[in-house]
Write a protein that binds this ligand. Structure first.
Ligand SMILES: C[S@@+](CC[C@H](N)C(=O)[O-])C[C@H]1O[C@@H](n2cnc3c(N)ncnc32)[C@H](O)[C@@H]1O
Length: 223
């Protein structure tokens, strides 16, 4: 399981270059994945949406733009990442550990977490905390890396473990943060294992939408 102190230090060190690195390393695919997430969220017509581990705010900003009537809060435990989110126009941020949110239960009808849960020390405990702050019947959306199957697996692993850390190290000055990225993706439960985890954490009706041959997935469930 990821070490929170390491995760906090790693994201603090790359905050200023995180957005550029993200778009370059995914060759823009992360933008399309967030657009798919927005399509999904649109079905739920959110009133109060919490974006956990919002980082530099990409998903929260996309929600804020797409649904101007929605009350959007981005939360993260890494101040330098939140500072970038605010500079980019995110209106409401909260510095907090997603595993212990300083929020009352049932206070949001939608909770999103993009590329964040994988970095938390205990996935199931984090999901239980998300369940707590969601209204009964509220919607959870998790966007994160999974692992492509079949012919794509080997070339993807080669990119993830050998090529990506070198390019990312060049862009951000911290290649170890990107060695960690590959390790965290390998360790993160995917497909059926993740759907089972959602149910263990108290959610119902779990679904998975694989993106780009399964390199990433959007999972949804109801509280
Ligand atoms: C890969 S970034 C993702 C940021 C953003 N959601 C996106 O899609 O670009 C992961 C974020 O998770 C945050 N994070 C990791 N563990 C956390 C925790 N326990 N509580 C709050 N934030 C956490 C990090 O600080 C970092 O900003």
């Amino acid at each position: 399981m990821p070490d929170p102190a390491y995760v906090h230090a790693a994201f603090s060190s790359i905050a200023a270059r995180y957005v550029t690195a993200n778009h370059l390393l995914s060759m823009g695919a992360d933008i399309l994945w967030r657009a798919r997430a927005i399509e999904k969220i649109a079905e739920w017509q959110p009133q109060r949406l919490l974006d956990a581990a919002t980082g530099t705010g990409d998903l929260a900003l996309a929600v804020q733009r797409a649904f101007p009537e929605t009350d959007v809060v981005g939360t993260d435990f890494c101040r330098p990442m939140l500072d970038v989110a605010v500079q980019r126009g995110l209106e409401q941020v909260l510095e907090a550990d997603a595993m212990h949110l300083p929020l009352p239960e049932a206070s949001f009808d939608v909770l999103t977490v993009a590329f964040g849960l994988r970095n938390m020390a205990d996935y199931e405990a984090a999901l239980r905390e998300f369940h707590r702050v969601l209204t009964p019947g509220g919607h959870l959306l998790v966007l994160d890396f999974s692992m492509p199957s079949g012919l794509m697996t080997m070339p993807y692993r080669m990119y993830l473990h050998h090529i990506l850390p070198k390019i990312a190290g060049f862009i951000t000055g911290n290649s170890s943060a990107y060695d960690y990225l590959g390790e965290s993706i390998e360790a993160f439960p995917r497909d059926e294992a993740f759907l089972d985890l959602l149910v263990r954490a108290g959610f119902t009706m779990p679904t998975q939408l694989p993106l780009l041959s399964g390199i990433a997935s959007i999972y949804t469930a109801q509280a």
